[in-house]
Design a binder for this molecule. Structure first.
Ligand code: NAP
Length: 245
């Protein structure tokens, strides 16, 4: 897969799955605009370690949950790049608690970043993609959208919401050469799940038929497939990368 000349926005690009997606796109020739939330150290580390392709990497600190910030970011994008070919809505957080103990701010923050963030970032890219009658929009959802583990009501709701958003949006833009899909990774070894206890890790690995957690690069390959020109007839889909979960 060759992405030379294509411009891709990846949110949450500086750590974990997003970083693997950004690296895979850079390795195949894309210009990557990586968005992150606030961890400048991780962003700088990514820039320093990214090696070949660093001249095609542009990092922007944008809180995806902030509508105005997303709008301002796209004003810069339009000026600098004219158009955008790929958007990967990957930025996400967890703030776990059972519903009876959940703070309202943790309900809201998870929904604001994971779900509204995807809306904000898609909202302003669509007019750019419509102009060129081409685009690939991806959401990184989760099997929690339908499994709903206890303590993850906010996260599960945000991930289920992403699927609904993706489904509607895919139908709105299909005629314009824009595809919209979800990739749904299972347990992937990143900082997002580094708070799991040893017992939880054992228990969750037993639940996964391939008996291990996935690697960010294994998710990135699936994202690149759906982001490629040849995936033109795949839209409105959810692709599981779960080791059979
Ligand atoms: P991660 O390692 O914690 O990285 C999260 C990334 O999102 C960071 O780059 C972070 O930037 C960025 N981010 C957080 N809040 C943001 C905001 N308000 N605005 C912009 N960027 C923001 O997470 P991950 O495991 O790679 O997860 C990536 C996506 O995959 C998430 O949507 C997650 O729900 C989904 N997912 C993960 C797993 C898993 O097991 N890891 C499984 C299924 C789905 P800063 O560093 O600046 O905060």
């Amino acid at each position: 897969m060759d992405f030379t000349g294509q411009k891709a926005i990846v949110t949450g690009a500086t750590r974990g799955i997003g970083r693997a997606i950004a690296e895979a796109l850079l390795a195949r020739g894309a210009v990557v605009i990586g968005v992150y939330g606030g961890n400048d150290e991780a962003a700088e580390r990514f820039r320093q370690e990214c090696g070949q392709g660093v001249d095609r990497l542009f990092l922007h600190k944008v809180d995806v949950s902030d509508y105005q910030a997303a709008q301002s970011f796209y004003a810069v994008m339009e000026e600098q790049f004219d158009t955008i070919d790929i958007l990967v809505n990957n930025a996400g957080i967890r703030r776990d608690a059972v519903v009876a103990m959940m703070k309202e701010e943790n309900w809201r923050r998870v929904l604001d970043i994971n779900l509204t963030g995807g809306f904000n970032m898609s909202r302003f890219v669509i007019p750019l993609m419509m102009k060129q009658k081409y685009g690939r929009i991806l959401f990184i959802t989760s099997p929690m959208a339908h499994l709903g583990f206890p303590g993850q009501a906010n996260y599960a709701a945000s991930k289920a919401g992403q699927v609904g958003l993706m489904k509607s949006l895919s139908k709105e833009v299909a005629k314009r050469g824009i595809t919209v899909n979800c990739v749904s990774p299972g347990f992937i070894a990143t900082e997002l799940i580094e708070d799991l206890t040893v017992d939880q890790i054992k228990q969750y690995k037993r639940m996964v038929p391939v008996r291990r957690f996935g690697r960010p690069e294994e998710v990135a390959e699936a994202v690149l497939f759906l982001a490629g020109r040849k995936a033109a007839y795949i839209t409105g889909s959810v692709l599981d990368i779960t080791g059979g979960l």
